[in-house]
Ligand binder design. Structure first.
Ligand code: MN3
Length: 200
């Protein structure tokens, strides 16, 4: 069975005014959907891979036959990373981290404000297209890091908790070159419950 696109948990205009409806429509309906279409088309050549969860495929790409490995890395990462991105957003959210994750953030960075500043720096500093993540390493410690293109945290041995897409297609219609303003507004949509669930 080919991989499927998880439905959006909210309406395309639900993230307004921070992320506009047209951006969500194109980002989810065209970009994300196209990654999925291209991933499925590649895996059709080795359909036994469909039996594995996508996350597992991306965690160990050596299991993927060489003729489709690069396509699976790029297109599969495009699908997986966006799956995480949409669930990390929710209308009427934002505010501060909760639960065990809040404790871990305070322990590592001293305060939510200090964490935010470092996360924003990493998101702004990603040159070109990519993603900025809060992830957990194998020792359960929190890490802020960014990945290029459609690389996924699992390829660095990390477990993703929270992500912002900093490809221009994620913000250009509303913010043009103002990535910093998009990042500032993105905090208003962060689904901390989702991040806490992933952490615990
Ligand atoms: Mn994107």
């Amino acid at each position: 069975m080919p991989y499927e696109l998880p439905p959006l948990r909210y309406a395309v205009d639900a993230l307004e005014p921070f992320i506009d409806a047209q951006t969500v429509e194109i980002h989810y309906g065209k970009h994300h959907t196209t990654y999925l279409k291209n991933l499925n088309a590649a895996i059709e050549k080795h359909p036994e891979l469909f039996a594995m969860p996508l996350k597992e495929v991306l965690t160990d790409l050596t299991k993927v036959p060489e003729d489709i490995r690069l396509t699976v890395k790029n297109m599969g990462g495009g699908v997986y990373n966006h799956n995480v991105y949409w669930t990390c957003l929710a209308p009427g959210q934002g505010g501060e981290p909760i639960g065990k994750l809040a404790q871990a953030i305070n322990k590592k960075w001293g305060s939510f404000e200090a964490f935010k500043a470092e996360f924003e720096k990493a998101a702004l500093g990603r040159f070109g297209s990519g993603w900025c993540w809060l992830s957990k390493n194998k020792n359960g410690e929190l890490v802020i890091h960014s990945t290029a293109n459609q690389d996924a945290p699992m390829q660095e041995g990390l477990e993703p908790l929270l992500v912002i897409d900093v490809w221009e297609h994620a913000y250009y219609l509303k913010y043009q070159n103002r990535r910093g303003e998009y990042i500032t507004n993105w905090w208003n949509l962060v689904n901390w419950q989702e991040a806490e669930n992933r952490f615990s």
